[in-house]
Design a protein around this ligand. Structure first.
Ligand code: SF4
Length: 350
């Protein structure tokens, strides 16, 4: 990463990952994959995933992202024009204003055209609130100014520790500069139209003492003008995620009990519900496959994780799992659809 004169970073994508890059253009559908495109979970919010890259390798990362990933084979970057077209179509189908939540199985700021994405989403008449999730490693004052002008309504910024050395340890990256992230956070809260939500991941035993400090910080800088100022996230051990040694996830009731104690201590809302963000159930794009059915798919590229291929069928993406070797691009194959959860399709070869 290199800082340019105008304060933005020029990212050499190859520095962010040892894996292959795959560019997703108009030839690919954008519903059906967890790592890129559009995800519809049956609400008035659509997740918009422009890239799977990440500059950090957080030691608790639920999706094993970043340069130190052990499970990934490919990182995807999506054409912005194509992504906004799909967002617009899905939002129109829902028949109401739809929130565009830009997130990633990585960090959306790694997309070189992230500001353009916000601009294009803003111009779509079905777009409601636009929010974006990031750990802020690539944030600069210039970038937040640009995102503000482009029409971003809320930045969900994950700050897991204010202490610089602990922040670097949690981020799994020596170059992670929490002091710069803090400076940008202060600037967003004090000087921009967009709102700021601070979203730490609480990793029990590692950053317990930092969470109250982060709550105080969010309140001090004036985060949360239109929405709650904090969204504390619970560390969970995921099948393909990173699991820090010696850390055991706490039980949900314990998590909420702790949040309630902090709510009382600081007089701030910490137990959050979808309604706090205006999220409600909405018409869902019908599933294109049923679990257990046999489908013919066409292999179109490399898979996201090892032993996967990327395939398409019925204008949807399908991840073919449990395969070996290079993807036989262009070849048709029969798969059994083994998962359709939230319109994300996994197929196993037959
Ligand atoms: S937690 Fe977020 S920022 Fe950290 S490695 Fe994972 S995707 Fe990247």
């Amino acid at each position: 990463m290199k800082k340019k004169r105008n304060g933005t970073f020029s990212i050499r994508l190859s520095n962010l990952s040892r894996h292959n890059f795959f560019y997703i253009d108009h030839k690919f559908p954008l519903l059906g994959h967890i790592a890129f495109g559009i995800i519809d979970r049956g609400t008035n919010l659509l997740q918009v995933r422009p890239t799977s890259l990440c500059p950090l390798s957080c030691i608790f990362c639920s999706v094993d992202a970043g340069p130190l990933s052990k499970t990934r084979a490919t990182e995807y970057i999506v054409d912005i024009e194509h992504l906004t077209k799909w967002f617009s179509q899905v939002a129109e189908y829902k028949g109401e204003k739809v929130q565009a939540h830009i997130d990633a199985a990585g960090d959306p700021l790694t997309h070189p055209k992230i500001v353009e994405l916000v601009k294009k989403l803003r111009k779509i008449k079905f777009t409601g609130t636009i929010s974006m999730e990031t750990h802020g490693a690539l944030l600069t004052i210039d970038m937040v100014n640009d995102l503000d002008d482009a029409g971003l309504d809320r930045l969900n910024l994950s700050i897991d520790a204010l202490d610089p050395s602990l922040a670097r340890r949690l981020a799994g990256a020596d170059y992670y500069n929490i002091e710069r992230v803090i400076k940008v956070a202060r600037y967003v809260a004090s000087s921009l139209k967009m709102d700021l939500l601070i979203a730490p991941v609480w990793v029990p035993g590692l950053n317990d003492e930092e969470i109250p400090r982060i709550i105080e910080f969010a309140l001090e800088i004036g985060a949360g003008k239109r929405w709650p100022p904090l969204g504390i996230q619970k560390y969970e051990a995921h099948k393909y995620g990173r699991k820090p040694k010696g850390v055991k996830p706490i039980k949900w009731f314990e998590f909420y009990r702790r949040l309630e104690m902090w709510e009382q201590e600081y007089g701030v809302k910490l137990v959050l519900k979808p309604e706090d963000f205006g999220i409600k159930k909405a018409k869902r794009v019908p599933f294109s496959f049923r679990r257990g059915e046999t489908a013919r798919v066409k292999v179109v590229g490399p898979g996201w994780l090892r032993n996967e291929w990327l395939a398409v069928a019925r204008n949807r993406l399908v991840s073919v799992v449990g395969v070996e070797g290079s993807p036989p691009v262009g070849r048709g194959m029969r798969v059994e659809i083994i998962s359709v959860k939230d319109g994300i399709y996994l197929g196993a070869p037959l």
